[in-house]
Design a protein around this ligand. Sequence first.
Ligand code: VGL
Ligand code: ZN
Length: 208
Amino acid sequence: MRALIVVDVQNDFLPGGSLAVAGGDAVIDPINRLIKAFSEARDVVVCTADWHPANHISFAASHAGKKVGDELDVSYGKQRLWPVHCVAGTQGAAFSSALLSDKADVLVRKGMRRDCDSYSGFMEADRLGKTGLAGYLKERGVDSVAVCGLATDFCVSWTALDAAAAGFKTVVVTDASHAIDVAGSLAAARESWEKARICQVTVCDLLK
Ligand code: VGL
Ligand code: ZN
């Protein structure tokens, strides 16, 4: 059984949003094609959502004297600081209305604890808190996962790395994902996929 993990296709990461990925809306059509194909084949479809409290640790505005882009030393290592985004229950945190999220089998929210970020759909940044997604996929009999969405170099990458670490054969769908690309983050992400034996594929490869 295969699973498609659609990462964070939420208004705040799309043009007009507070942490907009430039050109990010281009992923919606290819992702919708994948969602249709996986759900018609009765494979598993997961949508993740970044879902933060208003004073979240990853927001620059939560730290006096800090600005967006700064890195902060926190208990679990370095935390990059972002604009306020994906605050629980806001329109910015909602899935894009164009995304076929109604076809998802399961929705996973992450980054819900004030003191800890979670780029990954599996595990929080302290590497302790789990979302339960690995257990869900295993109980559904999933052995391979395809990860796509926003942003390639952060939440897509961390989700893919954790999927591989949890024992799933993992690919990143590059033309159904879009990067933020700050300070070499995309190149670093690609390098880490290689080490984890995560392949890059296209939508076309998956629909064959
Ligand atoms: C993300 C930065 C902060 C993402 C989430 O979805 O890639 N990036 N929070
Ligand atoms: Zn976030």
